[in-house]
Ligand binder design. Structure first.
Ligand code: NAP
Ligand code: COA
Length: 255
Protein backbone atom coordinates (compact mmCIF):
# COMPACT_ATOMS: atom_id res chain seq x y z
CA UNK A 1 0.00 0.00 0.00
CA UNK A 2 1.34 3.49 -0.88
CA UNK A 3 1.96 6.14 1.76
CA UNK A 4 -1.11 8.15 2.75
CA UNK A 5 -1.22 11.92 3.33
CA UNK A 6 -4.32 13.49 4.89
CA UNK A 7 -4.51 17.28 4.55
CA UNK A 8 -7.16 19.10 6.57
CA UNK A 9 -8.02 22.34 4.78
CA UNK A 10 -6.35 20.93 1.68
CA UNK A 11 -8.67 22.36 -0.97
CA UNK A 12 -7.08 25.73 -1.75
CA UNK A 13 -3.95 27.83 -1.44
CA UNK A 14 -0.97 26.54 0.48
CA UNK A 15 -2.67 23.38 1.75
CA UNK A 16 -3.80 22.35 -1.74
CA UNK A 17 -0.22 22.84 -2.95
CA UNK A 18 0.90 20.55 -0.10
CA UNK A 19 -1.68 17.90 -1.05
CA UNK A 20 -0.62 18.15 -4.68
CA UNK A 21 3.03 17.65 -3.74
CA UNK A 22 2.20 14.34 -2.07
CA UNK A 23 0.08 13.28 -5.06
CA UNK A 24 2.99 14.09 -7.39
CA UNK A 25 5.23 11.86 -5.24
CA UNK A 26 2.82 8.97 -5.81
CA UNK A 27 1.22 9.07 -2.35
CA UNK A 28 -2.44 8.40 -1.70
CA UNK A 29 -4.00 11.74 -0.75
CA UNK A 30 -7.11 12.74 1.21
CA UNK A 31 -8.34 16.32 1.72
CA UNK A 32 -11.06 17.88 3.84
CA UNK A 33 -12.74 21.29 3.91
CA UNK A 34 -16.21 22.79 4.38
CA UNK A 35 -17.23 23.47 0.81
CA UNK A 36 -18.20 20.52 -1.39
CA UNK A 37 -17.48 22.68 -4.45
CA UNK A 38 -13.93 23.35 -3.26
CA UNK A 39 -13.46 19.67 -2.43
CA UNK A 40 -14.60 18.70 -5.94
CA UNK A 41 -12.36 21.31 -7.58
CA UNK A 42 -9.38 20.14 -5.53
CA UNK A 43 -10.00 16.49 -6.37
CA UNK A 44 -10.01 17.38 -10.06
CA UNK A 45 -6.37 18.52 -9.67
CA UNK A 46 -5.18 15.76 -7.35
CA UNK A 47 -5.42 12.84 -9.74
CA UNK A 48 -7.19 9.54 -9.68
CA UNK A 49 -7.82 7.92 -6.33
CA UNK A 50 -7.66 11.07 -4.20
CA UNK A 51 -10.39 11.27 -1.57
CA UNK A 52 -12.25 14.40 -0.49
CA UNK A 53 -14.53 15.15 2.41
CA UNK A 54 -16.81 18.15 2.97
CA UNK A 55 -16.67 18.75 6.73
CA UNK A 56 -16.04 21.57 9.18
CA UNK A 57 -12.99 21.07 11.39
CA UNK A 58 -15.05 22.49 14.27
CA UNK A 59 -17.25 19.38 14.06
CA UNK A 60 -15.21 16.69 15.82
CA UNK A 61 -17.52 13.85 14.85
CA UNK A 62 -17.55 14.75 11.16
CA UNK A 63 -13.75 15.10 11.16
CA UNK A 64 -13.27 11.74 12.87
CA UNK A 65 -15.67 10.05 10.45
CA UNK A 66 -13.87 11.51 7.43
CA UNK A 67 -10.46 10.42 8.70
CA UNK A 68 -11.73 6.92 9.51
CA UNK A 69 -13.20 6.61 6.01
CA UNK A 70 -9.96 7.80 4.40
CA UNK A 71 -7.90 5.35 6.46
CA UNK A 72 -10.21 2.51 5.56
CA UNK A 73 -9.69 3.19 1.85
CA UNK A 74 -6.09 4.46 1.71
CA UNK A 75 -4.67 2.72 4.78
CA UNK A 76 -3.14 4.24 7.93
CA UNK A 77 -1.99 7.84 7.71
CA UNK A 78 1.74 8.45 7.22
CA UNK A 79 1.61 12.26 6.95
CA UNK A 80 -1.08 14.36 8.61
CA UNK A 81 -1.22 18.07 7.81
CA UNK A 82 -3.60 20.33 9.73
CA UNK A 83 -3.98 23.63 7.89
CA UNK A 84 -7.62 24.69 7.94
CA UNK A 85 -7.82 28.29 9.08
CA UNK A 86 -9.87 31.45 9.03
CA UNK A 87 -8.52 34.99 9.03
CA UNK A 88 -9.65 38.58 8.76
CA UNK A 89 -8.17 41.81 10.00
CA UNK A 90 -9.90 43.50 12.93
CA UNK A 91 -8.61 45.74 15.70
CA UNK A 92 -9.21 44.04 19.05
CA UNK A 93 -11.43 46.90 20.19
CA UNK A 94 -13.81 46.25 17.27
CA UNK A 95 -13.70 42.44 17.39
CA UNK A 96 -16.78 40.70 18.78
CA UNK A 97 -16.34 37.76 21.15
CA UNK A 98 -17.87 35.57 18.45
CA UNK A 99 -15.35 36.85 15.91
CA UNK A 100 -12.49 35.92 18.26
CA UNK A 101 -14.11 32.57 19.06
CA UNK A 102 -14.72 31.73 15.40
CA UNK A 103 -11.06 31.95 14.41
CA UNK A 104 -9.84 30.21 17.56
CA UNK A 105 -12.36 27.42 17.01
CA UNK A 106 -11.42 26.89 13.34
CA UNK A 107 -7.66 27.05 13.85
CA UNK A 108 -7.03 25.71 17.35
CA UNK A 109 -10.01 23.53 18.24
CA UNK A 110 -10.02 22.39 14.60
CA UNK A 111 -6.39 21.28 14.90
CA UNK A 112 -7.18 19.40 18.12
CA UNK A 113 -10.14 17.71 16.42
CA UNK A 114 -7.94 16.66 13.49
CA UNK A 115 -5.21 15.32 15.82
CA UNK A 116 -7.71 13.53 18.06
CA UNK A 117 -9.64 12.06 15.14
CA UNK A 118 -6.48 10.84 13.41
CA UNK A 119 -4.63 9.32 16.35
CA UNK A 120 -5.97 5.78 16.04
CA UNK A 121 -5.21 5.86 12.32
CA UNK A 122 -1.58 7.00 12.51
CA UNK A 123 -0.13 5.64 15.76
CA UNK A 124 2.86 3.82 14.31
CA UNK A 125 6.60 4.53 14.11
CA UNK A 126 7.43 6.85 11.21
CA UNK A 127 4.12 8.70 11.09
CA UNK A 128 4.60 12.47 11.00
CA UNK A 129 2.30 15.38 11.70
CA UNK A 130 2.69 18.99 10.55
CA UNK A 131 0.44 21.72 11.92
CA UNK A 132 0.34 24.90 9.85
CA UNK A 133 1.06 27.81 12.16
CA UNK A 134 1.99 31.39 11.19
CA UNK A 135 4.43 34.14 12.12
CA UNK A 136 1.58 35.66 14.17
CA UNK A 137 2.12 32.83 16.67
CA UNK A 138 5.00 34.78 18.20
CA UNK A 139 4.94 38.12 16.31
CA UNK A 140 2.21 40.40 17.63
CA UNK A 141 0.49 41.81 14.53
CA UNK A 142 -2.11 44.56 14.94
CA UNK A 143 -5.54 43.38 13.85
CA UNK A 144 -4.60 39.75 14.37
CA UNK A 145 -5.26 39.11 18.08
CA UNK A 146 -7.54 36.18 17.28
CA UNK A 147 -5.09 34.63 14.81
CA UNK A 148 -2.09 35.11 17.09
CA UNK A 149 -3.89 33.47 20.00
CA UNK A 150 -5.02 30.55 17.83
CA UNK A 151 -1.65 29.93 16.18
CA UNK A 152 0.26 30.20 19.48
CA UNK A 153 -2.15 27.59 20.82
CA UNK A 154 -1.48 25.36 17.82
CA UNK A 155 2.26 25.52 18.47
CA UNK A 156 1.71 24.40 22.07
CA UNK A 157 -0.47 21.56 20.78
CA UNK A 158 2.50 20.62 18.58
CA UNK A 159 4.96 20.61 21.47
CA UNK A 160 2.60 18.77 23.82
CA UNK A 161 1.79 16.03 21.31
CA UNK A 162 5.47 15.67 20.41
CA UNK A 163 5.95 14.75 24.09
CA UNK A 164 2.90 12.50 24.34
CA UNK A 165 3.20 10.72 20.99
CA UNK A 166 6.99 10.59 20.60
CA UNK A 167 7.30 7.31 22.55
CA UNK A 168 5.15 5.66 19.85
CA UNK A 169 7.49 6.93 17.13
CA UNK A 170 5.14 9.66 15.91
CA UNK A 171 6.67 13.09 15.21
CA UNK A 172 4.74 16.35 15.56
CA UNK A 173 6.01 19.70 14.22
CA UNK A 174 4.67 23.08 13.13
CA UNK A 175 5.54 25.05 10.03
CA UNK A 176 5.11 28.80 10.53
CA UNK A 177 5.05 30.67 7.21
CA UNK A 178 5.49 34.39 6.83
CA UNK A 179 3.65 36.13 3.97
CA UNK A 180 3.00 33.75 1.07
CA UNK A 181 2.40 35.17 -2.41
CA UNK A 182 -0.87 34.60 -4.27
CA UNK A 183 -2.81 33.35 -1.26
CA UNK A 184 -6.15 34.15 0.31
CA UNK A 185 -4.35 34.88 3.57
CA UNK A 186 -2.27 37.68 2.08
CA UNK A 187 -5.20 39.03 0.05
CA UNK A 188 -6.79 39.67 3.44
CA UNK A 189 -3.68 40.95 5.24
CA UNK A 190 -2.20 43.04 2.41
CA UNK A 191 -5.03 44.16 0.11
CA UNK A 192 -3.11 47.11 -1.40
CA UNK A 193 0.25 47.40 -3.17
CA UNK A 194 1.44 49.69 -0.37
CA UNK A 195 0.71 46.97 2.17
CA UNK A 196 2.47 44.36 0.03
CA UNK A 197 5.51 46.63 -0.21
CA UNK A 198 5.55 47.21 3.55
CA UNK A 199 5.35 43.47 4.30
CA UNK A 200 8.13 42.83 1.79
CA UNK A 201 10.27 45.46 3.49
CA UNK A 202 9.76 43.70 6.85
CA UNK A 203 11.22 40.44 5.49
CA UNK A 204 15.04 40.27 5.55
CA UNK A 205 15.03 38.22 2.30
CA UNK A 206 12.84 40.99 0.79
CA UNK A 207 10.26 38.77 -0.86
CA UNK A 208 7.11 36.83 -0.05
CA UNK A 209 7.34 33.05 0.22
CA UNK A 210 6.18 30.96 -2.70
CA UNK A 211 3.83 28.10 -1.89
CA UNK A 212 6.72 25.80 -2.84
CA UNK A 213 8.84 27.29 -0.04
CA UNK A 214 6.21 26.08 2.43
CA UNK A 215 5.56 22.79 0.63
CA UNK A 216 9.27 21.91 0.77
CA UNK A 217 9.39 22.43 4.54
CA UNK A 218 6.27 20.33 5.11
CA UNK A 219 7.37 17.44 2.91
CA UNK A 220 10.82 17.47 4.55
CA UNK A 221 9.22 17.28 8.00
CA UNK A 222 7.22 14.23 6.92
CA UNK A 223 10.21 12.51 5.29
CA UNK A 224 12.82 10.22 6.86
CA UNK A 225 15.37 13.02 6.32
CA UNK A 226 13.94 14.75 9.40
CA UNK A 227 13.60 11.51 11.41
CA UNK A 228 15.03 13.04 14.63
CA UNK A 229 13.15 16.34 14.47
CA UNK A 230 10.06 16.67 16.62
CA UNK A 231 8.34 19.40 18.62
CA UNK A 232 9.78 22.27 16.61
CA UNK A 233 8.11 25.30 15.11
CA UNK A 234 9.93 25.76 11.80
CA UNK A 235 9.70 29.35 10.58
CA UNK A 236 9.51 29.58 6.78
CA UNK A 237 9.43 33.33 6.64
CA UNK A 238 12.55 34.74 4.98
CA UNK A 239 13.76 35.90 8.39
CA UNK A 240 10.60 37.79 9.39
CA UNK A 241 10.89 35.99 12.73
CA UNK A 242 14.02 38.03 13.42
CA UNK A 243 11.65 40.95 13.78
CA UNK A 244 13.25 43.88 15.56
CA UNK A 245 16.75 42.77 14.64
CA UNK A 246 15.81 43.16 10.98
CA UNK A 247 14.84 46.75 11.66
CA UNK A 248 18.11 47.32 13.53
CA UNK A 249 20.02 45.86 10.57
CA UNK A 250 18.37 48.43 8.32
CA UNK A 251 19.03 51.22 10.82
CA UNK A 252 22.73 50.30 10.96
CA UNK A 253 22.94 50.41 7.16
CA UNK A 254 20.89 53.57 6.65
CA UNK A 255 22.64 56.27 4.64
P1 NAP B 1 -6.93 29.36 2.09
O1 NAP B 1 -6.63 29.20 0.64
O2 NAP B 1 -8.12 30.17 2.48
O3 NAP B 1 -7.02 27.91 2.73
C1 NAP B 1 -7.76 27.63 3.88
C2 NAP B 1 -8.34 26.25 3.72
O4 NAP B 1 -9.01 25.88 4.94
C3 NAP B 1 -9.38 26.14 2.61
O5 NAP B 1 -9.22 24.88 1.98
C4 NAP B 1 -10.71 26.19 3.36
O6 NAP B 1 -11.71 25.52 2.59
C5 NAP B 1 -10.34 25.47 4.65
N1 NAP B 1 -11.18 25.82 5.78
C6 NAP B 1 -11.44 27.07 6.29
N2 NAP B 1 -12.24 26.98 7.34
C7 NAP B 1 -12.50 25.66 7.51
C8 NAP B 1 -13.28 24.93 8.44
N3 NAP B 1 -13.97 25.55 9.42
N4 NAP B 1 -13.32 23.56 8.34
C9 NAP B 1 -12.64 22.94 7.35
N5 NAP B 1 -11.89 23.56 6.45
C10 NAP B 1 -11.82 24.92 6.53
O7 NAP B 1 -5.71 30.01 2.90
P2 NAP B 1 -4.11 30.10 2.74
O8 NAP B 1 -3.77 31.54 2.70
O9 NAP B 1 -3.60 29.20 1.67
O10 NAP B 1 -3.66 29.55 4.18
C11 NAP B 1 -3.45 28.16 4.42
C12 NAP B 1 -2.81 27.95 5.78
O11 NAP B 1 -1.55 28.63 5.84
C13 NAP B 1 -3.63 28.47 6.95
O12 NAP B 1 -3.45 27.60 8.07
C14 NAP B 1 -3.01 29.81 7.23
O13 NAP B 1 -3.22 30.25 8.56
C15 NAP B 1 -1.54 29.48 6.98
N6 NAP B 1 -0.72 30.65 6.70
C16 NAP B 1 -0.95 31.35 5.55
C17 NAP B 1 -0.14 32.45 5.25
C18 NAP B 1 -0.33 33.22 3.99
O14 NAP B 1 0.49 34.10 3.67
N7 NAP B 1 -1.36 32.94 3.22
C19 NAP B 1 0.87 32.84 6.15
C20 NAP B 1 1.05 32.10 7.32
C21 NAP B 1 0.26 31.01 7.57
P3 NAP B 1 -13.29 25.76 2.79
O15 NAP B 1 -13.53 27.21 2.56
O16 NAP B 1 -13.93 24.81 1.80
O17 NAP B 1 -13.61 25.34 4.19
N1 COA C 1 -14.11 41.80 10.86
C1 COA C 1 -14.63 41.65 12.09
N2 COA C 1 -15.39 40.56 12.45
C2 COA C 1 -15.63 39.63 11.50
C3 COA C 1 -15.12 39.73 10.18
C4 COA C 1 -14.34 40.89 9.88
N3 COA C 1 -13.81 41.08 8.66
N4 COA C 1 -15.52 38.65 9.49
C5 COA C 1 -16.25 37.89 10.32
N5 COA C 1 -16.31 38.49 11.53
C6 COA C 1 -17.06 38.02 12.68
C7 COA C 1 -18.55 38.03 12.36
O1 COA C 1 -19.09 39.35 12.52
C8 COA C 1 -19.08 37.05 13.40
O2 COA C 1 -19.20 37.62 14.67
P1 COA C 1 -20.65 38.17 15.24
O3 COA C 1 -21.56 36.98 15.26
O4 COA C 1 -20.33 38.71 16.59
O5 COA C 1 -21.10 39.22 14.26
C9 COA C 1 -17.98 36.03 13.49
O6 COA C 1 -16.78 36.65 12.98
C10 COA C 1 -18.26 34.77 12.69
O7 COA C 1 -18.52 35.14 11.35
P2 COA C 1 -19.13 34.10 10.30
O8 COA C 1 -19.15 34.76 8.98
O9 COA C 1 -20.40 33.54 10.84
O10 COA C 1 -18.04 32.93 10.39
P3 COA C 1 -17.84 31.67 9.42
O11 COA C 1 -17.54 30.52 10.27
O12 COA C 1 -18.93 31.57 8.41
O13 COA C 1 -16.53 32.12 8.58
C11 COA C 1 -14.45 33.35 8.68
C12 COA C 1 -15.26 32.18 9.17
C13 COA C 1 -15.08 34.64 9.18
C14 COA C 1 -13.05 33.24 9.25
C15 COA C 1 -14.40 33.43 7.11
O14 COA C 1 -13.66 34.55 6.70
C16 COA C 1 -13.83 32.18 6.48
O15 COA C 1 -14.53 31.20 6.29
N6 COA C 1 -12.51 32.16 6.13
C17 COA C 1 -11.86 31.00 5.51
C18 COA C 1 -10.82 31.45 4.50
C19 COA C 1 -9.71 32.25 5.11
O16 COA C 1 -9.90 33.02 6.05
N7 COA C 1 -8.51 32.09 4.53
C20 COA C 1 -7.33 32.70 5.02
C21 COA C 1 -6.60 31.71 5.88
S1 COA C 1 -5.13 32.45 6.54
Amino acid sequence: MTDHAFVAGGTSGINLAIARAYAERGWSVSVLSRSQDKVDAALATLGEGALGYAADVRDAEAVAAAIASAAEQHGPIDALVSGAAGNFVSPAADLSPNGFRTVVEIDLLGTFNVMRGAWDHLRKPGASIVNISAAQSWLPVPGQIHVGAAKAGIDQVTRTLAMEWGPEGVRVNSVAPGPVEGTEGMRRLAPTQAAVDAWTEAVPLRRFATTDDVVNAVTWLTSPESAYVTGVVLSVDGGLALGGSGMIHRAMHAE
